[in-house]
Design a binder for this molecule. Sequence first.
Ligand code: ADP
Ligand code: GLC
Length: 466
Amino acid sequence: MVASEAAPFAKTGGLADVLGGLPPALAKQGEEVVVVMPRYGSVDIPDAERIWHVLPVVAGPHSYTVSIDQVVHGGVRYMFVDCPPLYGRPGIYSEAGLDYPDNHIRFAVLNLAAIGIARQIFRPDVFHGHDWPAGLIGPYLKEMFAADPTFVASKVVLTIHNLGYQGNFSGGILNDLGFDATVFHSEGLEFWGQISFLKAGIVWADAITTVSPTYAKEIQTPEFGFGMDGLLRARAGKIHGILNGADYGSWDPAVDTYLPENFSAANRSGKLAVKRALLQEVGLPQNDARPVIGIVSRFANQKGFDLVAAVANEIAQMDVTVVALGSGEPDYEDLFRGLAHQHPDKFASYIGYNEGLAHRIVAGSDMFLMPSRYEPCGLSQIYSLRYGTVPIVRATGGLEDSVDETTGFKFDDFTPEALLGSVNAALKAWREKKGWDARVQAGMAKDFSWNVAAVKYKELYANLLK
Ligand code: ADP
Ligand code: GLC
């Protein structure tokens, strides 16, 4: 597997959670999995073993010698490509809100290093790339190294975690990647005059997966297709929607080390203690009878917080408090900062990235809000269910597939009124107590462990190799 993020080593969102959870689940089922990712400056692996010292990687005019450092985690070898001139920086994709200008080279080298690893260290049957940073594996294997007998039987799987991030660069970088003009056409990696890593991944994949069954259908429509719906419709037979799992080793209230108290479906008493501690941590007044709505998110247009902006004043009048954690686009950061400032007894916000607080919000809140415009899978609602925190979600993508009427509240239309309708329904159910416990218990009883998804990926690999 090739990816730009994997928990616990480097994370900006759910992609990392998947790379932390799926490979170990596959390993448990007997697959031998290696994960290849960059060794960023922020990756803290002092005990890594240097398993390969000098691996030459050539991308067009650029030559690097990279080393490979290995950490075994969950029975899986995570191999880190060490190349300080490309990865020895604090950010994963960007710094101070600006993408690194050489991202195309950084991730091209990741793909080439993975192929180098496949040649020298570990020979896979299947190359499984995740999102645009791994999009070039297909064209490298099947065009650049087409004559190499090592890879004649290799299969390529691409998982789309988010069609909104495509890795599009100016057409002028073709040479930087080591390709000539023969791949730069509308059936290749050209996309509206640009070069698209994600399109390359889609075009040259033997199978395409995405992270929920509903999103697999949505991406084939103009509304959700980000300009690639036609391309995807033409490959409909290769597309598989496999719902992500949850890593209950790190996201389970019974074992979560970030919580002041643990709890479980059988004994939920600790949840109230976590709620109280959360309110204290974020400086909101204590009131056991007032429900808390939690938000933990990247602040991106995808996540739908413009709906919250539209109804924030109404929510501030209700008997509810909102605790939000997130970072990203400045407008949304300002929105939540502003709400906490205007309504200090109703809204609390923490702008930034904070793993521990994320766990405490999921655990200590009574409800969890995800009003996404689109959501390929979404993991926080799946975690919330496990913590007895009732999700309020827009019915799209994986939110549609993981939350139902017995476990949460869903709204269809992407409108402030629809959001408000669901929030009101949830608050009413909370106040009246009727059915609330049953809803919490139904959510906690759901099993989204990775084993289920791992079986499906295993089947997919086996079918490709038949
Ligand atoms: P996405 O991948 O689109 O960001 P997901 O719901 O799949 O959405 O995954 C989000 C993951 O990132 C969760 O593990 C969530 O806890 C984490 N996360 C998001 N924002 C933050 C933050 N500001 N601090 C800590 N964790 C965060
Ligand atoms: C993406 C999506 C999210 C999904 C995650 C992991 O970041 O936005 O919905 O859960 O990838 O697949």
